[in-house]
Design a binder for this molecule. Structure first.
Ligand code: ADP
Ligand code: MG
Length: 500
């Protein structure tokens, strides 16, 4: 469907200011349609002396006459006569038109839209007696409000110039309407408004009382009346009752002077919404707190194991438990990161960096220094992937250090690179320029605990693939030099990441 601006550019001769004025009108006219219980169309004068429909809105409070979309349709001669009259005489004109699909005549009210010193468009209200309601007090009041806004539109006072407080979050007519006079005295309150007020503890008959007398903060109304513009405000009426209001001043022009005649307050009880917001916030905080506690517990376990290590004599036992401590600390690291995040996924690089430090810490010998580097980032990962993957990377780093640079070697570099494949799978590479794999190395036959853990996690929990190969000269980077083919080791991991 073409936009107002597109229609205007193609058919009309309207300047930027006019288009902006019309666009603000469109952001407000849902309310107007609701107040007049009818369909509304916005007609623009075309360069070929026609009128073309640039936008259409239906009322939430009444039935529509038009099932079809009328945007882009040109006014027929009957419509054009009424619209043209409003356009030329610069005042509201009313008449009857014939609509093919409706047997009885349709009423058309044409309201000239003024911007600065000229009429730039015509707004129409279209209704038939059939769809008109039996007028009760609500209907009569709403129609009277509509007439006031129609007058404001034709005198250039509506929509409001400047910041027209965001109407998208504002309450709608159906939520509740209070009509005020210029002293913020209530002239009318719709049944929904009365109910909303009841919930905030205002059970007295509101009509005839000022907002202040009713115990409703009147600052919003005061601001709206002083600044000649709508004000949206949320009131925490009591601890668990929240009212969202939008106060729209009604204005009148007498000669050059503009004065406030009163206002319309749309109000809505948003207590339930706000209560849910708060619940969500606390749920989030609770999850973070739990991650924090899990991290603390894991740290306690690793401390206990370290105490145990100090009493051991057997080298084998010492290194087995030391390795376990590192694995536990790796998982603790993931929980620590999650405890700082709002959701259940984390920026993976935030785990890889401290992971490198963890492996670095375990290296004591100064005679074979190993440098660690990380490239890329890998994006955000859910905790269900980040946790096993961290353990896998830890083992790979540990093996690069243990087997790439064993005692007696001169040290070197280890690089972790993170990225995404063309299919947006996570690609992790761990490269070292150490001694390289033994000629008979076969990943599927290795019985060490480290690679067993890696294989199990990669194939089951991560549903990914892993490959070992000898490094080649072209694997070299600025930080990691492979002097000859077969010198170091490259481990390639590809992990599918669901959800993206
Ligand atoms: N980066 C590497 N460079 C050379 N050899 C490696 C590398 N990674 C793994 N290996 C080989 O794979 C074997 C299995 O490793 P792993 O299962 O972790 O057991 P462990 O580390 O206890 O020996 C190692 O003993 C080693 O021979
Ligand atoms: Mg190992």
């Amino acid at each position: 469907m073409p936009t107002l601006v597109e229609i205007a550019h193609e058919n009309c001769n309207l300047d930027e200011g006019s288009l902006e004025h019309l666009n603000s009108l469109l952001s407000e006219w849902g309310m107007l349609a609701d107040f007049c219980f009818a369909d509304m169309l916005l007609y623009l004068p075309t360069t070929s002396s026609q009128f073309i429909v640039a936008a259409q809105v239906r009322a939430a409070t009444g039935q529509t006459l038009y099932d079809t979309d009328l945007v882009g349709v040109v006014a027929d001669p009957f419509e054009r006569q009424i619209i043209d009259e409003a356009y030329k005489k610069q005042k509201v004109s009313i008449g009857e038109i014939k609509v093919e699909t409706i047997s009885e005549p349709v009423n058309l009210m044409a309201i000239p839209v003024r911007y600065e010193d000229r009429i730039i468009a015509v707004l129409t209200r279209e209704w038939s007696q059939r769809s008109g309601r039996k007028p009760g007090q609500l209907e009569r009041t709403y129609l009277a409000i509509f007439e006031v806004f129609a007058k404001m539109i034709s005198t250039g006072l509506f929509p409001f110039a400047g910041r027209g407080a965001d109407a998208t979050v504002a309450p709608r007519v159906g939520d509740g309407v209070v009509v005020l006079d210029a002293d913020t005295r209530v002239r009318y309150a719709s049944p929904n408004a009365v109910s909303a007020m009841h919930r905030v503890g205002i059970s007295a008959n509101a009509v005839g009382q000022t907002l202040a007398e009713l115990g409703i903060a009147e600052t919003a109304a005061r601001h709206a009346f002083e600044r000649f513009e709508p004000v949206v405000e949320e009131f925490e009426q009591t601890v668990d009752v929240t009212l969202l209001t939008r106060t729209i001043p009604t204005l009148k022009r007498t000669g050059q002077r503009v004065s406030v005649t009163g206002g319309v307050v749309l109000l809505r009880d948003v207590s339930e919404l706000r209560r849910r917001d708060r619940l969500l916030l606390t749920k989030d905080a609770t999850i973070r707190e739990i991650h924090h506690r899990v991290k603390n517990n894991l740290q306690t376990i690793s401390s206990l194991l370290r105490l145990q290590v100090r009493r051991l004599k057997s080298e084998e036992a010492i290194s087995a438990i030391t390795e376990s401590v590192r694995r536990i600390r790796t998982i603790a690291l993931v929980h620590e990161t999650l405890s700082r995040e709002a959701g259940e996924d984390i920026s993976f690089i935030e785990i890889v960096r401290p992971l490198l430090r963890l492996v670095e810490e375990g290296l004591q010998s100064a005679d074979r220094p190993v440098k660690f580097n990380v490239f890329g980032d890998g994006g955000r990962l859910p905790a269900t992937i980040a946790t096993p993957l961290s353990v896998v990377i830890l083992e790979l780093l540990q093996n690069a250090v243990d087997h790439g640079f064993p005692e007696g070697s001169k040290g070197g570099s280890v690089v972790v690179s993170l990225g995404r494949t063309a299919e947006n799978q996570l690609a992790v590479k761990v490269i070292d320029n150490g001694r390289g794999l033994k000629p008979d190395f076969d990943m599927t036959k290795v019985t060490g605990l480290g690679l067993s853990i890696v294989r199990t996690l990669v194939t089951t929990e991560l549903a990914g693939t892993i490959q070992y190969r000898a490094a080649r000269v072209e694997d070299s980077t600025k930080e990691l030099k492979i002097a000859a083919d077969g010198e170091g080791t490259v481990v390639d991991l590809v992990i599918p990441v669901s959800g993206d």
